[in-house]
Design a protein around this ligand. Structure first.
Ligand SMILES: [Ca+2]
Ligand SMILES: [Ca+2]
Length: 80
């Protein structure tokens, strides 16, 4: 009996890991990388008082400087 995905989307993540830009939490300008530019976008959301779930890095229900700090840490981890 062949193993198939009932939804037809079972391969989405595995096929996309290396070559396709997947929406990564923290990547806001869609370049597939988490950089200082993304941190700036989060800061802009924070100072504007807006909210985007993708920008809420620590999941506390608010977008603030702490979420930007999480992205900064990700940038530092990547290049440091
Ligand atoms: Ca980015
Ligand atoms: Ca947050």
């Amino acid at each position: 009996m062949p193993i198939t995905s009932s939804t037809g989307r079972g391969n989405y993540h595995r096929n996309g890991l290396s070559l396709v830009t997947l929406p990564e939490k923290g990547d806001f300008n869609g370049d597939g990388k988490i950089t200082a530019e993304d941190m700036i976008i989060v800061l802009q959301i924070a100072v504007s008082g807006g909210y985007r779930s993708a920008a809420d890095m620590d999941g506390n229900g608010h977008v603030n400087v702490l979420d930007a700090r999480v992205i900064l840490q990700a940038v530092v981890d990547r290049f440091g």
